[in-house]
Design a protein around this ligand. Structure first.
Ligand code: MN
Length: 439
């Protein structure tokens, strides 16, 4: 499963100088794919390299991509990556390999100036990023066990960790139409808010307990036919790449509506993803074992158990959440980090989630989005939603300018970032997912 090649070589540098800076999210070892537009407004496919976007369509038109990479570029012409993802991991791996070779500093010293002039490179901060796929289906899991325990203690104290938790990867079918790319405004949703006692009627109005959930998302590549489950051994072949995902949540609406069928309006008013898809290939150096189970825990059922997945199915991704209030913006203060976590704290691997999703015969389609569920860690500063971090709003977070937050207020902007580090390898990042609450 882990075959590293020259695209992961820490010694490889790019003639795009900003890609060689140690703090960039997008060194030549990353090359995430996404859909962008310049001021001509025309959405097209590119790969992030340093402070630039490499225009795949232009490279293809110049005849610089061959074989499977050319096939990949051809499939990505429609302004969304579904058709490209449907080809499976092979063509994307080849595309990433060829783009890496084109951007290698050994190729030519004068390439940079030529490339900018010829429209091959676009300055990233002058481009607009779009949702990378047409999301046909969105599923959200509950694979963060520390979140399940912490949120469970607040929402269902009588039974914090569900009895089925260590047997079944719990998930629900989310709403695809309101999935969108990073940036812009999240309107505080109206809904039914729970009465303080059951003799009273519920209030109707804006949520008073608006929250974020720090999650990873991953995209389905080649799908499966209805009735033909994906075996755990094959699951990784169907996962194309990863993003950051903010599952905006209205906790008061959720608490009132969620029994017995689960969250509904409390989660369907907006889900945000970071626009760059970090390819599974780029993450290979950062794979780690699946979360170890306690001796008293049951082993996964056979259909969820694969030795390779147990050895390499986790990913070491350092996660961070920043918050900037309206007052901080007025005072020119940048967002302050309020918590950190890591994707290692997932109880189920992405492969187990994907396999479980199909085991009854459900067909996944190229570009389907699967969320991991909130990824909290074991310590109090790793609780990855306001619900958990502030113990249901009872212990507000103090911000450097003296403000406090239990839940999110209008004007608050939440930003997630993520980075993979490993000794002997070049760190890669995910960019960001950012959204601002308004009333
Ligand atoms: Mn969620």
């Amino acid at each position: 499963m882990i075959h590293l090649d020259e695209t992961h070589d820490p010694k490889r540098r790019s003639w795009v100088e900003s890609a060689n800076q140690p703090d960039t999210d997008f060194p030549i070892q990353n090359l995430p794919i996404g859909i962008f537009s310049t001021d001509d407004g025309h959405p097209r496919v590119g790969m992030a390299i340093g402070d630039f976007i490499f225009d795949i369509g232009v490279a293809h038109a110049r005849g610089w991509l061959t074989g499977d990479a050319a096939k990949a570029a051809e499939a990505a012409k429609g302004g969304a990556l579904n058709e490209l993802f449907a080809l499976g991991r092979g063509p994307l791996k080849e595309l990433r390999w060829q783009v890496s070779t084109l951007l290698d500093h050994r190729r030519a010293q004068r390439e940079h100036a030529l490339a900018v002039r010829e429209g091959l490179l676009h300055e990233r901060d002058k481009c607009t990023m779009h949702l990378p796929v047409r999301v046909g289906n969105y599923t959200d899991f509950y694979a963060g066990i520390y979140h399940a325990r912490a949120a469970g203690a607040l929402l269902t104290p009588e039974n914090p960790l569900p009895v089925n938790y260590k047997w079944v990867p719990i998930g629900y079918h989310g709403r695809a139409s309101s999935v969108r790319a990073s940036g812009g405004i999240v309107r505080r949703p109206n809904g039914q808010l729970p009465p303080s006692n059951l003799d009273e009627k519920p209030e109707f109005g804006p949520s008073k307990r608006l929250d974020f959930e720090l999650e990873m998302g991953f995209y389905v590549g080649a799908g499966n036919a209805l009735g033909e489950p994906i075996a755990i051994e094959d699951a990784h072949r169907h996962i194309i790449g990863y993003c950051l995902l903010n599952d905006w949540s209205a906790r008061d609406v959720q608490r009132w509506e969620m029994f017995p069928l689960g969250p509904f309006l409390s989660k369907n008013f907006g889900t945000m993803v970071s626009p760059w898809v970090v390819l599974a290939e780029a993450l290979l150096p950062f794979r780690v074992p699946a979360m170890p189970r306690d001796d008293s825990d049951p082993a996964p059922l056979d259909y969820l158990l694969d030795n390779t997945d147990q050895r390499h199915g986790g990913i070491d991704i350092a996660l961070s959440v920043g918050l900037q209030t309206a007052a901080m913006r007025r005072e020119n203060r940048s967002a302050v980090e309020i918590l950190q976590s890591n994707a290692r704290h997932l109880f189920w691997t992405p492969a187990q989630m994907l396999t479980h999703h199909t085991v009854g015969g459900c067909n996944l389609e190229a570009g389907d989005l699967l969320g991991t569920g909130t990824i909290s860690g074991p310590t109090p500063d790793q609780l990855s939603s306001m619900l958990e971090l502030t113990f249901g709003g009872t212990k507000p977070v103090s911000l450097p300018n003296g403000e406090q937050r239990g839940f999110l207020e209008n004007g608050d902007e939440v930003v997630f970032t993520a980075k993979c580090h490993r000794k002997g390898f070049v760190s890669i990042g995910f960019g960001e997912v950012r959204g601002r609450i308004e009333g």
